[in-house]
Design a protein around this ligand. Structure first.
Ligand SMILES: *Cc1c(COP(=O)(O)O)cnc(C)c1O
Length: 365
């Protein structure tokens, strides 16, 4: 092997990887987090031979099964996700919704008032809210008129204190998948983490970017059970990344961040993929019907391409249409005050009956 070239996954002790410019994980982690000794729960400390008397956690012996603390690392759920997505268990984190995974990016890696993050704009609002809560500078970079962007534009907004570049693909609220080349180029050139939020990936023509996890040590991918999996109420988000990144996440998260009821419901849902596939098929059919119908509405000026279970429609007057629909008991999302989304409504695909009701209402407006 020529000097300077390193085998996959090895960093020659310098903390650098042969496939990109990533700084070492230690350089990218907040010093207090890097040196943190995590809380060790009773359920963490005991793992060994089979046992049947558990007097270690001050639990009540009555009220089975809710009397016991849940598995802090949710191994059963992760093993099922690992099978489904072909990702090693050690590379999976489960959070109280993706929202927990988003917040942990800041708490683990971004020093308040020092570090910053760069994100596409417009996008999901939680990246900025969590940045503000953690007192971390948030640098939005405008998408172009097709809601796309090039790597160079994002990289130009980065400096030595930029820890994260945020992508959301398919993007919310625009609906489109961000071009792969831009994400790929940022992954190759950027020295910090690249987060790709794939909340809507099950509705997309694109493959999940998780396939690139073994190639890019700086890649963090989010998915969720809240959308295609129909389980928003149970609050279960997923993060996929290198084992080392996941270890840092595990150190910082609340010990029992996913409760037993959620683990049980998640497992049940993940064991019935057939039903989920049927839902997605139906929603994609309905999406295509809705796009056609909206194109024929006189008050609709433009429909943006979508890879998600919603679409963005530019109306003559979004506020007027929104108010009219509310009056009829139909709620859509008014995005008119979002950058680049003037007069846009974001419309989620519902059941056939719900979609038909929305169309009927707009046709008689
Ligand atoms: C809906 C959505 C999520 C899901 O969040 P949860 O906390 O997992 O429910 C994540 N990211 C984006 C962009 C979303 O639109």
């Amino acid at each position: 092997m020529p000097s300077g070239s390193l085998p996959t996954g090895e960093d020659g002790g310098r903390g650098h990887n042969s496939f990109n410019n990533m700084k070492s994980l230690q350089e990218l982690t907040r010093p207090n987090i890097w040196s943190l000794a995590p809380y060790s729960s009773a359920r963490n400390e005991y793992s060994g031979k089979a046992a049947h008397v558990f007097l270690d956690a001050n639990e009540n012996p009555y009220n089975d099964p809710n009397n016991r603390y849940p598995d802090p690392l949710q191994m059963q759920v992760k093993e099922r996700i690992s099978q489904l997505k072909n990702i090693p268990v050690e590379c999976i984190f489960l959070g109280n919704g993706s929202d927990e995974a988003i917040d942990l990016v800041y708490r683990c890696f971004c020093e308040p008032k020092v570090d910053n993050v760069v994100a596409i704009e417009p996008t999901y609002g939680m990246y900025k809210v969590c940045a503000d809560i953690n007192n971390v500078e948030y640098r939005p970079v405008l998408l172009d008129e097709n809601f796309q962007i090039e790597a160079e534009t994002l990289l130009a907004a980065c400096d030595d204190n930029t820890k994260v570049v945020w992508f959301c693909s398919p993007n919310n609220p625009t609906g489109n998948a961000i071009n792969r080349k831009a994400i790929f180029d940022v992954l190759e050139k950027f020295q910090g983490f690249v987060v790709v939020d794939e909340a809507y990936i099950d509705f997309s023509r694109e493959d999940s970017i998780t396939k690139l996890l073994s190639r890019f040590p700086n890649l963090i991918v989010f998915q969720t059970l809240s959308k295609a999996w129909g389980s928003a109420a149970i609050r279960c988000g997923m993060a996929f990344a290198s084992k080392d990144i996941i270890n840092i996440y595990n150190k910082v998260k609340y010990p029992y961040n996913i409760n037993r009821l959620t683990q049980e419901a998640a497992l049940e849902r993940l064991n019935n993929t057939f039903e989920v596939e049927q839902w997605v098929k139906l929603l994609l059919q309905e999406r295509s019907r809705m796009l056609t119908a909206f194109a024929e509405l006189p008050m609709c000026k433009r429909i943006y391409p979508t890879d998600a279970n919603f679409f963005l429609a530019e109306m003559d007057d979004a506020q007027k249409a929104y108010d009219y629909l509310v009056d009829k008991g139909i709620i859509v999302r008014n995005r008119t005050r979002i950058t680049l989304c003037k007069n846009c409504l974001r419309i989620t695909i519902g059941t056939k009956a719900e979609n038909t009701e929305l169309l009927a209402a707009l046709r008689t407006m």
